[in-house]
Design a protein around this ligand. Structure first.
Ligand SMILES: [Zn+2]
Length: 150
């Protein structure tokens, strides 16, 4: 599916996220969305996805937690990579006007860019090929959105 206008892009996101959205200037429009598309802008990371062909595209705005434990080794909840040096960070998403939910994720949401990379020494090995891992990550994103961003 193709997003052609800023209005269409903003329409993918929830009302609560509208004031935080920054369009992906480097990519520009139109945006071709196969399953997941991410971009970063300062302390925020943006993700738009659809869980199946023909499904509705949804957007999520993440805030990176710049705070404590920068060197803690943590596991990304989506791709299960285990990384230190701030490569896996606590990112948070607004669930309503006063609450946020946090997830440990690859700091730049680049889980899908590293499917072909050899696993790190601490990674959870799931024995799946790149395609199956991609599908699993998209399912985890969709599951998170269903549970927490209704
Ligand atoms: Zn990841």
């Amino acid at each position: 599916m193709t997003i052609r206008t800023e209005r269409e892009l903003y329409g993918c996101f929830r009302e609560i996220d509208q004031a935080e959205i920054e369009a992906p200037l480097e990519r520009g429009l139109p945006l071709e969305v196969e399953d997941v598309l991410v971009w970063n802008a300062g302390p925020r990371a943006f993700l738009i996805f659809r869980d199946r062909p023909g499904g509705t595209i949804r957007g999520i705005v993440f805030h990176r937690n710049g705070g404590a434990l920068p060197d803690a080794v943590a596991m990304c909840e989506w791709c299960h990579a285990v990384r230190g040096h701030g490569q896996v960070k606590l990112l948070s998403v607004a669930t309503d006007a006063r609450h946020r939910v946090g997830l440990y994720l690859c700091a730049d949401l680049d889980c899908l860019d590293r499917l072909e990379a050899p696993p790190g020494p601490d990674d959870l090995r799931e024995g799946l090929d790149a395609r199956a891992r991609r599908r699993r990550i998209v399912e985890r994103i969709a599951s998170f959105a269903r549970r927490r961003l209704a």
